[in-house]
Design a protein around this ligand. Structure first.
Ligand SMILES: *[C@@H]1O[C@H](CO)[C@@H](O)[C@H](O)[C@H]1NC(C)=O
Ligand SMILES: *[C@@H]1O[C@H](CO)[C@@H](O)[C@H](O)[C@H]1NC(C)=O
Ligand SMILES: *[C@@H]1O[C@H](CO)[C@@H](O)[C@H](O)[C@H]1NC(C)=O
Ligand SMILES: CC(=O)N[C@H]1CO[C@H](CO)[C@@H](O)[C@@H]1O
Length: 460
């Protein structure tokens, strides 16, 4: 009797263990399915530390950053203006260069947020230098980021008058009415300084200046000639030390700093939403205003990348050859709207795997498998109908291209992602040593010597 009970007990324990195991396996498997595009994974050689200093390409990318003439840059911050009687706040207005042959059509893009339950109808009142109304046109909704109580969006205002005459724009339900109105200056979209621009969404708090400086240098070496950065003015401001490194690169003509002030949206939508555990859908929408704004300002660039300071697109054979890599991809995919990349996470919680390096980025050389998880994209001029952070809508006739892992991936320097379990991140995730970026370690170390010490490592 006792024996039988013992056997039964043992069987129960075994069954229990088996169930736990199955659960565990299933959980891991689901995480993998969620994050890894298993079929796309290919082995790739681990590259050794070296940098071929004799390549011609290196010379072309090594031209120094040049000081920009700052004597008259229009003040261009994003500051919300409420449209009378509507739950709509407008932030900025930017001219679009028309692709159509009708010269007489001008288009102004308006970046705004609106309440999720409203479908506001209003007019853009286009004005000349002396403030006279020269055209009124109904604002057309062309882009919408559907998250949060106030959703970010883009309106288009088209008219048959030429750009030269338009200086400012105001917004009313009817331009003929005599409401109070505030005007926005209509800004030109930027004349490209190269082929590549980067949009970074709202920045706030402290971001390691050393990391930013290394990232900026890599961007420059890869051919990026403009980086739009939107420091959030409303919440604690951006840390001074972080701001200083942005200013350093603004003076050198690489960064355009556009201070960004949130619309005040009531107590339930307070600024808490940007802090740690309180991140909400409203925050995602707020973060998107700068992306829309940047897409309009950068609309003349051949390629626009939406990316963060901890992300780098890396061709594993030649990390600096980003432009040639993109041009090749475009030749192979003439109907590409945009390129997306697999993400390789260099998980900081695993510890420094190359502690000897002087560069914060190069201290981490162990990564996960390439995952197709929240891919970031490189957009080709004029070929996207709408943007989201990770999955945009191609314009008619164009399509999204997933870039093969062997061509390029995104290196993402990150702590364990918050959606991952600790177990998954620290134990189950396979680790691969990847020295591809070390090919540029000596070059980058050299360049970093020219960044003042008080900018790289400011006193705390
Ligand atoms: C900057 O531009 C202004 C006016 O456009 C000009 O007068 C000035 O000389 C320029 N400065 C430099 C350093 O190029
Ligand atoms: C522009 O359009 C308005 C009406 O939409 C029309 O009255 C006006 O004549 C047009 N102007 C030109 C220059 O075509
Ligand atoms: C780094 O990756 C290599 C290769 O997979 C592995 O042997 C090593 O233990 C890893 N180191 C750490 C700290 O993750
Ligand atoms: C030529 C030009 O636009 N000059 C302006 C530069 O900016 C100052 C003030 O910031 C204006 O007063 C000038 O008219």
């Amino acid at each position: 009797m006792r024996l039988r009970r013992t056997i039964l007990g043992v069987i129960c324990i075994i069954i229990f263990i088996v169930i736990v195991r199955i659960f565990n396996f299933a959980y891991t498997f689901i995480q993998l399915l969620n994050h890894v595009d298993i079929h796309k994974i290919k082995a790739r050689p681990v590259l050794e530390r070296s940098f071929d200093t004799h390549t011609d390409d290196k010379k072309t990318v090594l031209q120094e950053l040049t000081k920009e003439n700052h004597s008259n840059i229009t003040y261009i911050e994003l500051k919300p203006i409420r449209i009378e009687r509507l739950r709509v706040f407008v932030y900025s207005a930017v001219f679009q260069t028309s692709k159509s042959t009708e010269d007489s059509v001008s288009e102004v893009r308006i970046h705004a947020i609106k309440h999720q339950h409203d479908d506001p109808v209003f007019q853009c009142c286009l004005r000349s230098g002396n403030g006279n109304l020269i055209a009124s046109t109904t604002a057309q909704l062309i882009r919408l980021f559907q998250q949060g109580q106030f959703q970010s969006l883009v309106y288009s205002c088209r008219s048959n008058i030429t750009n030269q005459n338009i200086e400012s724009v105001s917004f009313k339900i009817n331009c003929a009415a005599s409401d109070n109105e505030q005007r926005l200056q209509v800004l030109p979209s930027e004349i490209p300084k190269g082929d590549l621009a980067v949009c970074v969404h709202a920045v706030y708090g402290y971001v390691d200046p050393e990391l930013i400086a290394e990232w900026m240098e890599i961007m420059w070496l890869q051919g990026v000639r403009r980086i739009f950065v939107y420091p959030l003015k409303t919440i604690d401001h951006v840390d001074e030390r972080t701001m200083k490194v942005f200013k350093f690169y603004e003076e050198r003509g690489l960064v355009r700093l556009i201070p960004y002030e949130l619309a005040v949206l009531g107590k339930d939508l307070g600024f808490r939403r940007f802090k740690g555990n309180h991140r909400t859908y409203q925050m995602f929408s707020d973060e998107f205003v700068p992306i829309y704004d940047c897409q309009s300002r950068a609309s003349n660039y051949k390629y626009t990348i939406v990316m963060d300071f901890d992300e780098i697109i890396v061709n594993p054979e030649q990390p600096l050859q980003l432009l040639p890599t993109l041009n090749d991809l475009l030749r192979q995919n003439p109907f590409a709207a945009y390129f997306t990349f697999h993400v390789e996470n260099f998980v900081k919680n695993w510890g420094e795997t190359n502690p000897g390096s002087d560069l914060v980025l190069m201290k981490y050389i162990n990564r996960s498998r390439p995952m197709y998880d929240r891919p970031k994209a490189v957009y080709i001029r004029g070929r996207t109908a709408d943007f989201t952070m990770h999955n945009s809508l191609p314009a008619k006739g164009f399509k999204r291209i997933r870039v093969p892992v062997s061509t390029a991936t995104i290196h993402h320097y990150t702590p364990c992602r918050y959606r991952w379990s600790r177990e998954f991140c620290l134990v189950q995730l396979s680790r691969f040593e990847d020295k591809s970026l070390l090919q540029i370690e000596s070059l980058l170390t050299e360049r970093m010597k020219h960044i003042p010490e008080d900018i790289r490592n400011p006193d705390v």
